[in-house]
Design a protein around this ligand. Structure first.
Ligand code: FS2
Ligand code: SF4
Length: 550
């Protein structure tokens, strides 16, 4: 096997024997085969679209299937076989419809590929992944840029999938997805063309995040600053992890008046900031646990059922597997999968009612209860823009830091905790995504009425952070790069790649990235990004803080 799509890739170079994430060679090969089959579906979808045939549902399918190949989403080989079969069925039906419309132009080989459904399936997947390297014709920089483009696309379609569930889509974004998939095998493009394509993924990822923001705010209201208890309530409990607020909302609806308290985990913490979700569901109570890599410990201890709606799922321990359920693109062989866009959560509810829940003795009696604040999305922050501008002009606020991105298990990630602890008292820290769990419960105090630590939301709420930066730049009548703002980001998986490409597409410079740089960036590609955007690796908190404040 070969996979280097995430930050924890083995030895910082690539997983060859077994994935550091727990993904085995067979599942890896099936994921590569699925990507290959989706690449073969793409020219067919584009042709059908040009002929005016309906392709929207197929586009949504492509997004979900590609999303399933992201890090820590799906480890279930059977689910990948199903996705491959579904992709081939859709391709064959579309080809028949195209032929009926009178277009009989021959298809490229990739669009007529039929796997052999025998024990050679995983070696066919390995061959398909090697093809991407062969198509780069030995040019390591082109290979690097193809991987950057593909990984960014995986992140982008994850957000597009969530937006689709909320009734938000853009046919142009779907078209772009299919275009990129069909171009991955192009042998005529030069390094400059690939850089442009990677940045175009960033551009369209901005659109995907905008659609998702509209879906969230249109359905659940604009987030408002909200305290979220970190303590438990006595009684039966369900923990919901991942990013999918629609699935959380469905579960909340199905657990109303059932005597169950619902807790968020990981990237669902910002769900508490959505006023309609909160108002309709008093049983959405608090947040449990910290970042994804601690789930083995947190899930084992949780005394109720657990639902994982998206990444990051870790291979579960037998001890807690029976109370773990997956939905959407997520899967793991042996775990209970609740199917459908609007799953029936009854098996998870029954499990929660069967399990003991929190006992009265588990409940902390601290008053007020330990809590954190979330809900500082673009409308909440720009709503107090006057206060912010006044504080900057009067010198009360010297600098803003966006410290966000993914968390992970590497010891080097303590950099982010130390960085935030050392941020001077006249500076504000904005944060987002699961990287916040390195410091989310620290009390950094206030500057005037403004908290010094503001949680903007999930990783997709990078959209909100960008709106805040653009709003402040407009208010000060300067460019974003001239704002007293530094971005210190941590990455782990492919959504972070998409977000980084968005920031580069917007021309944002001087981003500091860690804990290590992506293995898939070749030295030349890294040099291009460093020279054009001054993208740099993190060093030490002291040195980086000093440089940002200089
Ligand atoms: Fe964290 Fe994992 Fe949010 Fe990433 S929970 S690393 O998927 O997307 O950030
Ligand atoms: Fe390795 Fe990451 Fe790929 Fe998993 S997703 S196999 S950890 S590079």
């Amino acid at each position: 096997m070969f996979c280097e799509q995430c930050e924890q890739t083995a030895s910082g170079q690539g997983c060859h024997q077994w994935g550091a994430c727990g993904k085995g060679p067979e599942v890896n090969a099936l994921q590569d085969l699925l990507v290959y089959v989706l690449r073969g579906l793409a020219p067919v979808v584009l042709k059908a679209e040009a002929l005016g045939l309906p392709v929207r549902e197929i586009n949504a399918f492509t997004c979900e299937a590609l999303f399933a190949t992201m890090t820590n989403v799906n480890f279930d080989g059977d689910r990948f076989k199903t996705y491959i079969r579904q992709a081939l069925d859709r391709r064959n039906s579309l080809q028949a419809a195209i032929a009926s419309a009178g277009d009989t132009e021959p298809w490229p080989a990739i669009a007529t590929y039929e796997p052999q459904w025998d024990e050679s399936l995983s070696s066919q997947g390995q061959d398909a992944s090697l093809l991407l390297l062969q198509e780069a014709e030995g040019n390591i920089d082109i290979f690097s840029l193809k991987l950057t483009t593909l990984y960014g696309l995986k992140g982008m379609v994850a957000y597009a999938s969530h937006a689709w569930e909320l009734g938000q889509w853009d046919d142009n974004l779907f078209h772009f997805t299919q275009e990129i998939l069909s171009k991955l095998g192009d042998t005529h493009l030069e390094v400059g063309d690939w850089v442009a394509l990677a940045l175009a993924v960033g551009q369209w990822n901005f659109r995907a995040m905008e659609l998702l923001d509209s879906g969230h705010t249109g359905t659940y209201g604009h987030p408002v600053p909200t305290p979220v208890p970190l303590t438990a309530q006595a009684g039966k409990a369900i923990l919901v992890s991942g990013h999918d607020i629609k699935h959380l909302a469905t579960l909340l609806e199905q657990t109303r008046d059932r005597g169950i308290t619902v807790y968020t985990h990981g990237e669902l913490l910002p769900a508490h900031g959505y006023p309609k979700l909160k108002a309709d569901n008093p049983h959405l109570y608090g947040h449990y646990g910290t970042a994804w890599q601690n789930q083995v410990h947190d899930f084992a201890k949780f005394p109720g059922a657990i639902v994982v709606t998206t990444n990051c799922l870790m291979p579960p321990h037998g001890e807690y597997s029976p109370k773990l359920f997956t939905v959407g693109a997520v899967g793991y062989q042996g775990l209970q999968y609740l199917e459908g866009e609007t799953p029936d959560f009854e098996p998870a509810i029954a499990k929660a009612l069967e399990l003991p829940g929190f006992a009265a003795s588990d409940v902390e009696t601290d008053q007020p209860p330990r809590s954190v604040l979330t809900g500082f999305a673009h409308q909440a922050v720009l709503g107090v823009a006057d206060q912010v501008i006044e504080a900057v002009k009067s010198g009360k606020i010297r600098h803003f830091f966006l410290v966000g991105g993914c968390d992970g298990a590497k010891p080097g990630r303590t950099y982010y905790t130390e960085f935030v602890e050392k941020v001077p008292e006249d500076c504000i820290v904005l944060t987002l995504a699961c990287g916040k769990f390195r410091f989310f419960d620290k009390n950094l105090g206030h500057i005037g009425e403004l908290p010094r630590l503001m949680d903007v939301g999930q990783c997709n709420d990078a959209y909100s952070a960008i709106q805040i930066a653009l709003g402040l730049a407009t208010a000060f009548d300067i460019g974003v790069n001239e704002l007293p703002l530094s971005m210190v980001l941590s990455w782990y998986e492919q959504k972070a790649v998409a977000v980084l490409l968005t920031l580069l597409h917007l021309g944002i410079k001087d981003i500091r990235l860690g804990p290590t740089l992506p293995a898939f960036l070749s030295p030349n590609v890294l040099a291009i990004l460093s020279q054009t955007y001054q993208l740099k690796a993190i060093t030490t908190p002291d040195a980086d803080l000093a440089a940002c404040l200089a």
